[in-house]
Design a protein around this ligand. Sequence first.
Ligand SMILES: [Zn+2]
Length: 404
Amino acid sequence: MTLSPTPTKPSSGTCRACLASDCRHLHRQYFVLPGVEGKLSYDIQTCNRCGFIFADNIPATEALEAHYQEAEHHLHPDIPPGLSTIHRDFFDFIQQHADLPKEASILDIGCGMGHFLSLFKAAGHGDVLGLEPSRSAQRQAAERYGIEIVPETLGSFSPPRAFELITMCGVFEHIPDIPAALARITDIGNRDALLFLAVPDAASFGTTPSTEPFLEFALEHINFFTPATLRNLLERHGFSALTIESRANSFYNNSYIYGLFRAGLKERPGLTHDATGEESIRAYIECSNGNLAAIRARLDDLATRQTPTIIWGAGALATRLCATTPVDRLRLLGFVDKNRQLQGKSMFGAHIQPPEWLHEQDRDATVVVFSTTYGAEIARDLQEQFSWRGSILRIDLDETTTSA
Ligand SMILES: [Zn+2]
């Protein structure tokens, strides 16, 4: 994942898509990052002119880059089956809608370890290149798939040739300077290059909200496209839309927009206003606030009683819940997380520990599970591996389980 092609901080209140200075505030999202002092936040805004939804006043890039460099958490050493399936789906979509010759030069921006590119290679496309600012990704892509990755960002990259297909899967929603990124893509592509973008569909957030409050407002997720605002934006930057489709995605538990565009659009159509994003995001915020209030009430109870508490989960969900629930008032013994990159860091003065640390702890303490995806698995591990006697509070359930 490329955090930013050229790290810039857009001025507050300016629409990241159409650059109008006429925006309305919808929500402020707070975060606490392991090892980073204090709270961070960003503001979800909507543009009155084009309807684009975006995170404004995003934290300074230094804080984020330190976080990402250490975590590299988007690089899956083993491709999870769900991710592999969605890559295949992206690939099939491109094959279906683009008549791509085998000798076409292909660039995948934010390519991770190169799994998506490996599908092109397996289909007989010989000229594939990946961009991912990580030496470890470069090494793994070469070893696993025999694919070349340039460990650079879009801004620093010197293209060896003009590309005929440029792809960005789950990357464009993280780009702070969209006009600069699209100008750069225009420069490194052929005159009539194809551009494939896959981004979460913000128009679907409100219709299928997750039980995990504000799941979609991750710190690095700052652009919230709908099919209409994505088309608006690309046309404004000289790309015609060949096909745009929204598809349900079980891996990310939302819908993704698949968009295939072609460079070289001469006539730029006027902007149309899209209202679907705001309607969906408002419904999503309301639902997330409801789920958050329930979690808050349960943690508030633990804080009031000063119950000795351990939190299992210091990942993305914890970055939001630690900032928006009374975690700071808990009698907190520590955090537990399997992610080695997080272990040893601390939040609210409590250290993040590996699961084995639990063997040394009071097994009557309450464990709060800050994970929805792995909630059931963690609860089972606590009971089976650690013979846990204390209460286990899963935020994806309304009930607290206790070992019999
Ligand atoms: Zn706008």
